[in-house]
Design a binder for this molecule. Structure first.
Ligand code: PNS
Length: 157
């Protein structure tokens, strides 16, 4: 059974994340969408359990996607869950420097490979930080995030 892992902060999950996860799920038997749990970034919009719940709803109809959270090193989660490949979405060259470093570290310390999927060209400008900023100014984000996320943002007021 080929298990891949798609890790991230997902604060909040965006349409870009959903697109990458669905495309990655088509490349493996099981995709674990793994929410980073132990970092309390200042200015977080949602708790980790809220992010997990929203992602579970987003992928409710995609049977080979499972949502989990992890604390600590990503490679330890990979080993614990039998994931042999990390998936990361790349929106452009600006993402690549950081992603190459992460990929190299994860291969060196954990012998886990990374594959990069290019963001859909219609979603390249969508990021969690842009959504957080727009939401802060009460701008409509409903075309950038799945409906369950837009509803959760709305209900935060
Ligand atoms: O959505 P993000 O914030 O770009 O995701 C980053 C993430 C969660 C993939 C990365 O920060 C991560 O893997 N953190 C866990 C700690 C770890 O293993 N770091 C890599 C070695 S420094």
């Amino acid at each position: 059974m080929k298990t891949f892992i798609y890790p991230g902060s997902f604060d909040p999950p965006t349409c870009g994340h959903a697109d990458i996860a669905r495309r990655a799920a088509a490349l493996c038997d099981k995709l674990i969408v793994a929410v980073l749990g132990n970092v309390n970034k200042p200015g977080a919009m949602f708790t980790v359990s809220e992010r997990v719940k929203m992602l579970e709803e987003v992928f409710r109809n995609t049977p080979n996607i499972e949502v989990k959270h992890f604390d600590g090193l990503l490679v330890d989660a990979c080993h614990a869950w039998g994931a042999t490949c990390i998936v990361r979405g790349v929106r452009g060259m600006d993402d690549m420097a950081n992603e190459m470093q992460l990929a190299a570290i994860n291969r060196r310390i954990g012998d886990v490979q990374t594959i990069f999927l290019p963001a859909d060209e219609t979603l390249m400008y969508v990021s969690s930080s842009v959504v957080r900023e727009l939401a802060h100014y009460k701008s409509d984000v409903s075309s950038f995030v799945p409906k369950v996320v837009a509803d959760a943002i709305d209900s935060k007021g």
